[in-house]
Design a protein around this ligand. Structure first.
Ligand code: OS5
Length: 230
């Protein structure tokens, strides 16, 4: 099966590229795409660059040009839930865009006409992740991930996102990848390891924990890949 692995930042895919070892590269639409065989699958791997627009471009190209049949996102996130500590893994049950606001027309936050506030991640991939977590002896949280074009470093903004969307973690790419996948009817999965708590310390914590948390997520994603049916 042709599987796509996406991260936003180079640091989020570096541990994946190190593990697969050998790959070919191609350039398209401002991204480098790395292709290889792994776990009996053909993989296409890329980092999109930060934010909803760049990640939507990458996901679209992976589907349309590289013929990805499933997309798995691996990376880091700001934690909202008090249960989530730095290095913990969270998979998205559903994703939303916390920065969408057309409430002036009576719509709820996060809603765009002909869309939905929440987009659910693929249930088969989530079940597989739950099994992988048990087998690896790792605690895997499941919850709502809120996406927006903002690095959140304020307790106030974080609390607003928690209250408005019941979100457990936040980042800047998951919901845009989800939106692309939903529209192309491609199953998707979003996994994030916590790098910071989206509060006043977030900038410093992010710099300190980006690499270690990105590795936690990448390692788990590769274990999933090896166990996805062919
Ligand atoms: O991809 C962005 C979203 N990621 C998840 C995340 C997050 N999102 C929102 N709020 C939080 N508190 C979050 N915690 C984790 C992480 C990433 C955040 S934006 C980081 C930008 C860091 C940076 N800026 N410039 N550089 C790095 C240097 C550079 C120079 C040239 C090329 C690339 C990078």
């Amino acid at each position: 099966m042709k599987l796509a692995l996406i991260g936003a930042m180079r640091e989020e895919i570096d541990p994946i590229l190190e593990a697969v070892n050998e790959y070919t590269t191609s350039e398209y639409a401002g991204n480098t795409f790395y292709e290889c065989q792994y776990g009996g699958h053909e993989l296409v791997i890329a980092y999109s660059k930060i934010g909803k627009v760049f990640s939507a471009i990458t996901a679209s190209v992976m589907i349309e040009r590289y013929k990805a049949q499933k997309i798995l996102f691996s990376g880091v996130a700001g934690g909202i839930s008090k249960d989530l500590k730095i290095g913990d893994l969270v998979m998205a049950s559903a994703l939303c865009q916390h920065d969408v606001d057309i409430t002036a027309f009576g719509h709820p936050y996060g809603f765009i006409p002909e869309g939905s506030v929440m987009i659910e991640a693929d249930s088969d991939l989530r079940s597989l992740a739950a099994e992988v977590a048990v087998d690896m002896g790792i605690e895997l949280y499941e919850g709502i991930i809120a996406t927006g074009d903002q690095f959140v470093a304020s307790a106030e903004r974080k609390e607003w996102i928690e209250k408005t969307f019941n979100a457990d973690a936040l980042e800047m790419e998951g919901a845009s990848v989800a939106c692309v996948c939903q529209n192309f009817n491609v199953p998707f999965f979003v996994l994030r390891a916590i790098s910071d708590a989206a509060d006043g310390e977030a900038g410093m914590d992010f710099d300190t924990f980006l690499k270690s948390s990105a590795s936690v997520s990448a390692k788990f994603i590769l274990e999933m890949v090896a166990r996805i049916g062919h």
